[in-house]
Every structure is written in C-alpha cells, then in structure tokens.
Design a protein. Structure first.
Length: 351
C-alpha cells in the first residue's frame, strides 16, 4: 500500500511539474441582454445603451485539473464572483480593478495577459474596507481603506509597495475617493472624516490640501468621491451638503450645483462621479438607484437606470468609472455586479 501511495504521489508531482509552465488563463464572466435597454435625452435621442454585465471572473485554461489541484494542493477553486462592488477603475493597458467590500479585496484583471488575481494586502497591511481604486500612468494601483485609515500602493503585478497613512503631519482618518491626474502626476484623495481633499505625489508625499468642515464654498460636509477628467478640473461629491463642487487642479473653488430633494436633478445620497470629454457630469445617487446627468453649468439632462434587478436597473449603486471609449462602468453594489453602458454623444447621433 505504501508503495502504491508513493507512486501515486510521485505521479501527481510529475503532473504538477509538467503543468507548472502552463499558467491559468482568465476571462470576465459576462452576460449581455438580448434586447439592450436604451435611455433617451430630452430631444428623444438615444444617449446610453446597456451593453453588458460583469458578474465575476472565470478560468478558461487551468494549470492543473481541479481534482489534481485538490489532491496536490489540498484545496479547491475559490469563488470568483463579485459580492459588493463599490469602486472600479481602468488602467493604461485596459486592466480592470474592482474594490469589493463583500470580499475585503480588490479584483485585478489584465485582459492582455488573461490574468486575474484577488489583492488582499499582507499581514498588518491586510485590506479591511477597500472603497476606492485608481491607477497611475505606470499601472501602479492605489487602494483606499476607510477602516484602516490608509491608502495602499501596489505594483503592476499586484505586489504591495508602500502605504500612505499620513498627509504631512496629519493622520488619515477615513480615506475614501481616489483619482489620479496623469498630466500633473498627482493622486487626489478624499478624507471623509477630515472633510478635506489631499493631493499626493506618486510616492505619497503631500503636495497640498484644501477644504475643511462647513457649508460655505470650498468647504465640505462628509465628501466621498472625486474625479479628475481631462479638462483639468476636480469634481467632488460633497455628500451631506447634497451638491457637487468643482475646483481647479490646485484646489481653488470654481462652482457648485445641486441640493437636497426628491425630484429630477435633486440629490438624496450622491456618491460616484464621472465626467466625459464633452463636459457631461454623471452622478450616482444611491437612494434614487440611478445615475443623473448634468451639463457643465449644473443643468439636469436626463437619468439612466432605476430601482430593480433587471438590465439597466440598480440596487444601491455606488462608484462609477468612464473609460476612454465612453463606456460607463457602474458598481451596482447590492445586485453584486458591474453594469456597463455605452454612452453616445450628440455628435454620434448626427447632432
């Protein structure tokens, strides 16, 4: 019996060695609607189409059959579905990062390499509450952890580099929204409890900060999200002042719009932000279960979505990201998925 077991083990080890050079390949687990819903603007032009939904990640080729993985390594494949997505970002090579509160991790997917991994952090730097993600132009990944009071930085392969826990002499209290401005090579970070915005170098050195508690222009009441579109401005969700504030890249106040209410163009719980190259502003409202669109002067345009579980419907959505191909990624948090919409500008409709 001992000889047979030894032979079996040796054979399995040989398979493992032979398979070592055959890395697993991954793809997105995606579903698409048979009849994609569309949303029209006030001119009755189609301006947004639901194109697909990301549910998780799946192996397309494995280094070892599942049974051998279990026997050799003593474990089975993990469940790679998305549980509670709250933020998403696309990197320079179309790599995708999703902050998943339900798994206390960040899903990192690199389509050019068909590579996928979960980033949990390590040791005392283990992620507990990842709430925002951002890539810089060298594919480093920045992750804010609102419970640990830190921003963690990972290299392009997902290995930890360092953490940012202070802004100058001030400890980070509750870092939330992140956005990277490639032109200026600045990482902007929201600290919700400090009611401030911090600007860091890519090495975590504080450049400047602005804000503070209050209702006046340039002050905040629990800010949550920030976006730095190509126009060079900073757009900040001033959540409990129920408005979006706009600043220049140095933090000087420019304008704001929004107020509390329950009608179109009002805010109930504004969160994620995106801005396209035409200056259209996309604001996720968690309690309305929709995305409201505004022009650069803050005039309401139209709404995407509504409450539900179907295609183009949301259940307490949070973060949002707009890529360079006008695809809008929406973290549909309690529906456990990322919904993707194709945004069509007016010029694409012959206007």
């Amino acid at each position: 019996m001992s000889t047979r077991l030894t032979g079996l083990f040796a054979g399995l080890c040989a398979v493992a060695v032979l398979s070592a050079g055959c890395a697993s390949k991954w793809a997105l687990s995606v579903e698409s609607p048979a009849e994609p819903p569309q949303w029209l603007d006030r001119s009755h032009l189609a301006r947004a189409t639901h194109i697909s939904t990301i549910r998780g990640f799946r192996e397309t080729r494995t280094a070892l059959p599942n049974i051998l993985k279990y026997i050799v390594f003593g474990g089975t494949d993990e469940d790679n579905t998305i549980v509670s997505p709250v933020a998403a970002a696309i990197g320079p090579d179309n790599r995708l990062a999703i902050a998943d509160l339900g798994r206390s991790c960040v899903h990192l997917y690199i389509p050019s390499e068909q590579r996928y991994q979960k980033i949990y952090g390590e040791g005392r730097e283990e992620l507990r509450s990842p709430v925002s993600v951002a890539f810089d132009d060298e594919s480093r990944l920045y992750v804010s952890d609102s419970v640990n009071g830190a921003i963690y930085v990972f290299d392009p392969h997902g290995a930890p580099l360092f953490s940012i826990k202070k802004a100058g002499s001030d400890a980070l209290l509750k870092p939330t929204g992140l956005s990277y401005a490639p032109g200026k090579k600045i990482l902007y970070a929201v600290d919700t409890l400090a009611h401030k915005i911090y600007a860091f170098t890519t090495k975590g050195v504080l450049l400047f900060s602005f804000g503070g508690p209050g209702e006046q222009e340039g002050r905040f009441n629990f800010p949550t999200h920030i976006v730095t579109p190509p126009d060079g401005r900073l757009y900040v969700t001033d959540a409990m002042n129920f408005r979006i504030q706009v600043f220049d890249s140095a933090g000087a106040f420019l304008t704001s719009f929004g107020h509390h209410g329950n009608g179109s163009g009002d805010f109930s719980m504004p969160k994620g932000l995106a801005v396209d190259t035409a200056g259209v502003i996309y604001v996720v409202d968690t309690l309305f279960d929709n995305i409201q669109l505004f022009n650069m002067t803050g005039d309401f345009l139209f709404t995407i979505g509504g409450r539900g579980t179907g295609h183009g419907e949301f259940w307490l959505p949070s973060g949002v990201f707009l890529d360079t191909e006008d695809k809008l990624y929406v973290c549909d948090t309690y529906n456990n998925r990322i919904q993707i919409f194709q945004i069509m500008r007016k010029e694409n409709n012959g206007r």
